[in-house]
Design a protein around this ligand. Sequence first.
Ligand SMILES: *[C@@H]1O[C@H](CO)[C@@H](O)[C@H](O)[C@H]1NC(C)=O
Ligand SMILES: *[C@@H]1O[C@H](CO)[C@@H](O)[C@H](O)[C@H]1NC(C)=O
Ligand SMILES: *[C@@H]1O[C@H](CO)[C@@H](O)[C@H](O)[C@H]1NC(C)=O
Ligand SMILES: *[C@@H]1O[C@H](CO)[C@@H](O)[C@H](O)[C@H]1NC(C)=O
Ligand SMILES: *[C@@H]1O[C@H](CO)[C@@H](O)[C@H](O)[C@H]1NC(C)=O
Ligand SMILES: *[C@@H]1O[C@H](CO)[C@@H](O)[C@H](O)[C@H]1NC(C)=O
Length: 321
Amino acid sequence: MPPITVVIFLLLVKLELGNCAKPNVLLIIVDDLKPSLRCFGDRNAYTPNIDRLSEKSFVFRNVFAQQALCAPSRNSLLTSRRPNSLHLYDFYSYWRSTVGNFTTIPQYFRENGYHTYSIGKVFHPGKSSNFTDDYPYSWSTPTFHPKTEQFMNSPVCVDQNGSLVKNLICPVIIESQPDGTLPDIESLNEAVRYLEYRRNATKPYFLAVGFHKPHVPFKFPFKYLDYHPIKNVSLPTNKDRPSSLPLVAWNPWTDIRLRHDIELLNVSFPFGPMPDHMSRKIIQAYNAATTYVDDLIGQLLVHVDPNTIVILTADHVCKPA
Ligand SMILES: *[C@@H]1O[C@H](CO)[C@@H](O)[C@H](O)[C@H]1NC(C)=O
Ligand SMILES: *[C@@H]1O[C@H](CO)[C@@H](O)[C@H](O)[C@H]1NC(C)=O
Ligand SMILES: *[C@@H]1O[C@H](CO)[C@@H](O)[C@H](O)[C@H]1NC(C)=O
Ligand SMILES: *[C@@H]1O[C@H](CO)[C@@H](O)[C@H](O)[C@H]1NC(C)=O
Ligand SMILES: *[C@@H]1O[C@H](CO)[C@@H](O)[C@H](O)[C@H]1NC(C)=O
Ligand SMILES: *[C@@H]1O[C@H](CO)[C@@H](O)[C@H](O)[C@H]1NC(C)=O
């Protein structure tokens, strides 16, 4: 495996841009995805659809996370401005009202004859995009958010005793979930509906689709575990905290400590190591959630018109193990 120092990555494909028509653009952003992908050399990964896309794409391996936080990283990427220029570092700042009325990438397409639409988490929702995902500047129509995302942190995971709890690791039966679906499946359906609806349109489109997984909690249909037998999961080689690490650089993962399955471990705060058996299960679940999103991306790409530029990226990721 070649040394990969990627921190953020991007796959870009141009499919048969034969005629003069302006190409459509499909931007896919996968929340908290790191390059745990076969095409980036991760042998624990099972990502056949992204691997296939990478074969006919430019694959960028030496690019960087704008910031290790969704909102400012996405605002940086989508305004093409570095965090140092934007001075935005949190979830609560909207660039138009705090720094400048900067044009975004989708807005630029919109102002140049494109129909633009956002599905799922593209801008970070909330204050950092003015509670509208920057509509109407960036998007031709109001944006779509999956209804079941409201259950993101609800107790919908079945524990060993059959009770519904709020777990970090949360494989589910889709039919038993609230509304009988999952957010990313709703987003896929909306994206397919949009692509079919735009098929005969004269205006080209810029469609952005933001998938929520593999962001925590790892909620995904059970079947994706089949691709990730626990005995195949290898632990990170560098799992110990360096003794000279400055405190400020330590993230004590306060979010996941509040999840039922992690609470049960009673890991000491702030440095207590995650037990190996749980580390394995977490890596397995992350990879299974990634396979789930890979499957949805495969289903989405079937509907993409040949005259389309496809870009696949993530918001902020770490080095592959
Ligand atoms: C910001 O830019 C948008 C789009 O170009 C424009 O419609 C709006 O008037 C601008 N707002 C300000 C305060 O300049
Ligand atoms: C943000 O939203 C508020 C409330 O809808 C609106 O009054 C304001 O003009 C928006 N900001 C910009 C820069 O468009
Ligand atoms: C199952 O129930 C037992 C007895 O109440 C409890 O000790 C145990 O922690 C529960 N297991 C889980 C995974 O919640
Ligand atoms: C697009 O055009 C084809 C062929 O004329 C037609 O069969 C199809 O129904 C049209 N689709 C839409 C969404 O209008
Ligand atoms: C698990 O590992 C075994 C032994 O290395 C390998 O033969 C098998 O294909 C792996 N299974 C999966 C699903 O990756
Ligand atoms: C959790 O760990 C602390 C020390 O780290 C210990 O005092 C406490 O008894 C433990 N609680 C349980 C339920 O094991």
